[in-house]
Design a protein around this ligand. Structure first.
Ligand code: SF4
Length: 369
């Protein structure tokens, strides 16, 4: 990653610190940008009379705002970098600092993938409109998306999304893709998202029935895996750091679903569950955890509520329960379950274990709204 091509928009933060005459400010920086943290602390301290404390614990999202512990240290303002504001209140005044990357690769490498995906979307759409002429069973088979659901598809538009540091380019890319002959939609999601085209690892709420396939502007497969698990739609990726294009293969998604199903099967006879509640402000789903406990009791099984700031195998593996269900960050169960000695399920997966939801009607991604 070429750090010099990232822009850190510190001006608003410096202005706010000066206006409020803040003396102690906490700086929270995501993992990928931590190497730059000291440089940023220098820049802020040189321009203001504030002292900066780096909140050096791991930080993976705006769900993870530092809160009361910094208040107890006397911090007056939190500067949170590289993520956007969510629909949560950490109880601390917080300034969100935009980080943008100026890489804007050409779209040519991704066009053949997009054309192929548009064909898949159009085929699904025409099969759906001919539904009356085939049997119910055949319809089930034909309209299944990548995660086994019968989804109502009403269009074959290209949905254009990206990770936050590339969103300033999203409407420019929309024009480029339209010039290449695609009908493009930049989806606008719910209250957890701040910008058109934004996706989070736990929220893809901008998805619409008239979007038939997606292009993700960003790097890595974290957001793409979640997007396909959530929407079941074909997805291409264009990486602004390398200019490379690829697709999220349905085989990869199938592999993840096989693993999830294996964990569900492994919990068939499980009697006791640890129910994990995340303490981070944007991950805390206490009511969901209580609902899971009630469900377990209804089915003659036992659930123990366990609250944690960070979730990790070393913190839970030793408890004498048969399995865990996670209500903190949804991606802990999906992406990290191999690290745990016992099955780690999402709430939907627990409901499948208990027979309250059916695996056969398709996978339901655990979204935080
Ligand atoms: S995916 Fe997890 S870490 Fe990322 S914003 Fe959502 S809850 Fe937070």
């Amino acid at each position: 990653m070429d750090m010099k091509r990232h822009e850190f928009e510190l001006d608003d933060l410096i202005k706010r610190i000066k206006e409020n005459d803040n003396r102690l400010v906490a700086l929270q920086v995501p993992e990928g940008l931590k190497m730059q943290a000291l440089e940023m602390m220098d820049a802020i301290e040189e321009d203001t009379s504030a002292r900066i404390i780096l909140a050096a614990d791991p930080c993976y999202g705006a769900c993870d705002l530092v809160h009361d512990k910094m208040q107890r240290m006397g911090v007056e303002l939190v500067a949170h970098m590289g993520h956007s504001q969510m629909n949560i209140d950490s109880g601390m005044p917080t300034e969100f600092i935009n980080v943008t990357y100026d890489g804007d690769p050409v779209i040519d490498p991704v066009l053949p993938i997009l054309s192929m995906h548009r064909e898949i979307a159009e085929r699904r759409l025409s099969e759906a409109s001919s539904k009356g002429e085939i049997s119910e069973e055949e319809a089930q088979e034909r309209f299944m998306d990548a995660v086994g659901r019968v989804s109502p598809l009403k269009g074959a538009k290209l949905g254009l999304v990206g990770s936050i540091q590339h969103l300033h380019l999203i409407f420019d890319y929309k024009e480029r893709l339209e010039s290449a002959g695609f009908e493009v939609e930049v989806p606008v999601g719910g209250a957890r998202l701040s910008f058109p085209g934004q996706v989070l690892g736990c929220n893809y709420s901008g998805d619409r029935d008239d979007i038939g396939h997606y292009l993700f502007l960003g790097s890595g497969d974290f957001h793409p895996i979640g997007l396909v698990l959530h929407t079941g739609k074909p997805l291409a990726m264009l990486d602004p750091y390398t200019g490379g294009a690829e697709e999220m293969s349905f085989e990869r998604i199938e592999g993840i679903l096989r693993q999830r199903f294996g964990l569900i099967m492994a919990c068939d006879k499980a009697k006791t569950f640890g129910i994990l509640i995340g303490e981070k402000p944007g991950q805390m789903r206490r009511n969901l955890a209580l609902r899971m406990k009630k469900k377990l009791e209804k089915h003659g099984r036992k659930g123990y509520l366990m609250a944690l700031e960070h979730v990790g195998p070393e913190l839970i593996d030793f408890y004498p329960v048969d399995a865990f269900v996670n209500t903190a960050c949804p991606r802990i169960a999906i992406d990290d379950s191999v690290r745990y000695a016992k099955p780690l399920l999402t709430p939907f997966e627990l409901e499948v274990v208990l027979g309250d939801k059916k695996w056969e009607t398709g996978y339901k991604f655990d979204e935080i709204p």
